[in-house]
Design a protein around this ligand. Structure first.
Ligand SMILES: [Zn+2]
Ligand SMILES: [Zn+2]
Length: 325
């Protein structure tokens, strides 16, 4: 006959002390923390007091950003384009149409955001849950002076708790890697090129950016995702979860029809078949695409390469530098 035993367990992610009544056959990994809703089966979660993003920024992101920064006066041009008005507009739009996450509202998301902030050694930004999406974009980080994150309720419904942690960690990666001036400009450009803001006054301002600036912004934008997928893995510390989140965010839901192992195999084959040179040309065909995070197979193949890199620049070496709780 099974017997119930009172046990206390610290959640490795958020450190909450959970009091549980466990049957002898219960496995901790099947139980959720009452605060962050992540699995209580994890024994150890590494965190960094300070983590230099240069330790994990993807080389393609670094190169594309260097190319962007070589454009004379680019920072000044973008700051002028975005200005306080644009940032405020995005914030007001979010505040008016989304639910702000707090300890009293979507408390489990608030706890997950705390985990990401503590893991990467960053201040916690504001987080909103939006009822819709932004022209197909379901998670994004906006703002230069005062960044904030928005996730769609649709994403929240499709992803499980660990996968949501992966999404939040990816978004905070944009803050950690100091992407936000370029990222907000690139997203604004995309909104203007797409349908979301095509007829707003911002459209005219964006058109004043020359084609070389637009091209540099949009090609960098895809490569920036690779660094943030690494940030996501550093926080989640489980590659399968990050890859599942990527697959789900890209293709809807993972079910019997969409098998993660097959998706990973596809990513490995993709890596063998294509080289970055070809992809660079392909980006130009995708510039007007409204897809926020394209090429999940490519992103998974890049993430697998980093995870399997056993050198000092690889995932394992960096994870070891994290502190145990
Ligand atoms: Zn927890
Ligand atoms: Zn991103």
């Amino acid at each position: 006959m099974s017997q119930e035993l009172r046990q206390r367990h610290h959640c490795a992610y958020c450190r909450k002390l959970n009091t549980l009544w466990l049957k002898t056959e219960d496995s901790l990994s099947a139980l959720q923390c009452k605060r962050c809703r992540l699995s209580l089966g994890l024994q150890q979660h590494r965190k960094w007091k300070t983590l230099d993003p240069a330790a994990y920024v993807h080389p393609l992101d670094r190169q594309a950003l260097q190319a962007l920064r070589k454009i004379p006066g680019i920072d000044h041009i973008l700051r002028k384009l975005l200005g306080l008005t644009t940032e405020r507009m995005y914030r007001v739009f979010c505040q008016a149409s989304s639910i702000q996450v707090s300890a009293r509202q979507y408390a489990h998301l608030d706890a997950k955001l705390d985990i990401v902030a503590h893991t990467l050694g960053l201040p916690k930004p504001e987080l909103f849950v939006s009822m819709g999406d932004f022209g197909g974009i379901e998670a994004m980080t906006m703002g230069v002076e005062n960044p904030f994150i928005v996730v769609s309720v649709g994403l929240l419904e499709r992803l499980d708790d660990a996968e949501m942690l992966a999404v939040l960690a990816h978004e905070m990666g944009h803050i950690h890697c100091q992407h936000l001036l370029y990222k907000t400009a690139a997203d604004t450009l995309l909104f203007v090129l797409g349908a979301v803001m095509a007829r707003t006054p911002l459209s005219a301002i964006v058109q004043t950016l020359g084609w070389p600036v637009q091209l540099a912004l949009l090609t960098w934008r895809h490569k920036a995702e690779l660094s943030c997928d690494r940030a996501s893995l550093l926080v989640v510390q489980d590659p399968d979860v990050v890859m599942r989140a990527l697959a789900k965010a890209a293709g809807g839901s993972l079910n019997d029809e969409l098998n993660l192992a097959a998706f990973i195999e596809q990513a490995r084959n993709f890596e063998r078949a294509y080289v970055a040179d070809f992809l660079d040309k392909a980006w130009t065909l995708l510039l007007a695409s409204r897809s926020s995070h394209p090429f999940p197979v490519w992103r998974i193949s890049e993430l697998l390469k980093w995870r399997e890199d056993t050198g000092p620049q690889g995932y394992a070496a960096l994870l070891q530098s994290g502190l145990e709780p």
